[in-house]
Ligand binder design. Structure first.
Ligand SMILES: *Cc1c(COP(=O)(O)O)cnc(C)c1O
Length: 381
């Protein structure tokens, strides 16, 4: 089956008792057993719930995976993956990492003796030089946030395979519509389903997909043992959101392209970071591993004024000033004062995250309204 058909049907059957076409929200904590230990595969809802099982099968299908596992948030999913490791084990991660992941690694798991190296993964020799007998995992994120760098998944998977490392790709920004890391040899695809998968800014959820039976068994054991599993209502919301994922992604991509081109032509705009531009340093890698270029864009102002960027964000009327991404509505964020405020100014400027950098999550509204909104907001600064 093709992607759109899987997004609507995978893992889902009409309800056997009523024929309801939508998977019911099985709002239950436990299941009646016929005799002690004799049940239909469902014993207690932390471990398994039918609404969640339907979602997990659908998500697995979208990443061409054998197994899917859902968590109560993207961070819950990431947490389970690191719990595969032991004290002393080492992880090599992308330097331009989602802030919450960086925080969890450095402020939580570093205390448990796990060692993290944050490096520029475009430099393959640097990656190789960090690998030693304790290294267990490569943690990739591509496209990165907010600088929209693209990392070559296949090149890193090749290094990981030689050294028997687990490769995880946080695929949140691309969504399975644009990029399938498992097809490129990665071991685990991770998602914050809060973003494009749910797609309507009404639910927080995380997911892991894998083809590796042993990893799946271990992760399912951790999920049930540690308990960061999602409830049936949230599972239903993501299952519902997935039915339009392919339609939404097409609209995000075409609006994203239009907005990126508009910004690039505007006299007050400095740099525009969007992998669809031929002069983007990783454009060819993006073209190779992604189906299209997505709706995430970052840009700076020529003045590089913190005040002007902040004013521009407030001037916008269709774009809302908020954290998060991937919903139907367009959002604008100012990383220097919002998501990346805790990084010292000198550090963030070195990575290109200057005072005026704004990040857009381009939604699926009408293109003309989005461009007119940006036009008026830029004129008024
Ligand atoms: C949002 C996000 C996460 C964390 O997911 P939550 O659902 O907010 O816990 C992880 N990685 C990336 C790239 C994200 O954008």
């Amino acid at each position: 089956m093709k992607f759109g058909t899987k997004a609507i049907h995978a893992g889902q059957e009409p309800d056997p008792t009523t024929g309801a076409i939508m998977t019911p929200i099985y709002q239950t904590s436990t299941y009646v057993q016929e005799a002690p230990g004799q049940h239909k595969g469902y014993a207690y809802a932390r471990g398994k719930n039918p609404t969640r099982v339907a979602l997990e099968k659908c998500l697995a299908a979208l990443e061409n995976a054998k197994h899917g596992l859902c968590f109560s948030s993207g961070m819950g999913a990431a947490d389970a993956v690191i719990k595969l490791l032991r004290p002393g084990d080492e992880v090599i991660a992308t330097d331009d990492l989602y802030g919450g992941t960086y925080r969890m690694f450095t402020k939580v798991f570093a205390n448990y003796g796990i060692v993290f190296h944050f490096i520029d993964m475009h430099d393959l020799d640097l990656v190789k030089s960090k690998i030693n007998s304790k290294t267990k995992m490569l943690w990739l994120e591509t496209p990165t946030n907010p600088m929209m760098k693209i990392i070559d998944i296949q090149e890193l998977v090749a290094i990981a395979k030689i050294n028997s490392l687990i490769t995880l790709v946080d695929n949140t920004f691309a969504s399975p519509y644009l990029q399938n890391p498992l097809d490129m040899g990665a071991d685990i695809a991770m998602h914050s389903a809060t973003k494009y998968l749910g797609g309507h800014s009404d639910v927080v959820m995380g997911a892991l997909m894998t083809n590796n039976d042993s990893l799946y068994e271990q992760l399912a054991f951790i999920a049930n043992s540690c308990g960061a599993t999602p409830g049936p209502m949230d599972s239903f919301l993501v299952l519902r959101g997935l039915k339009t994922l392919h339609l939404r992604m097409k609209a995000h991509c075409s609006n994203g392209a239009a907005v990126a081109k508009f910004l690039k032509s505007h006299p007050k705009v400095g740099k525009v970071y969007w992998p669809g531009f031929e002069d983007h340093p990783n454009h060819l890698v993006a073209k190779k591993q992604m189906k299209d270029f997505g709706g995430m864009i970052s840009f700076t102002l020529k003045s590089d004024s913190f005040e002007e960027a902040s004013k521009l964000a407030q001037n916008l009327e269709v774009f809302s000033l908020a954290e998060s991404l991937g919903g139907v509505e367009s959002l604008v964020g100012h990383p220097a004062s919002m998501t990346h405020a805790s990084i010292p100014r000198e550090e963030r400027i070195k990575t290109g995250l200057v005072d005026s950098l704004l990040r857009l999550s381009v939604g699926v509204e009408d293109e003309e309204d989005l461009i007119n909104d940006l036009k008026q907001a830029l004129e008024a600064i």
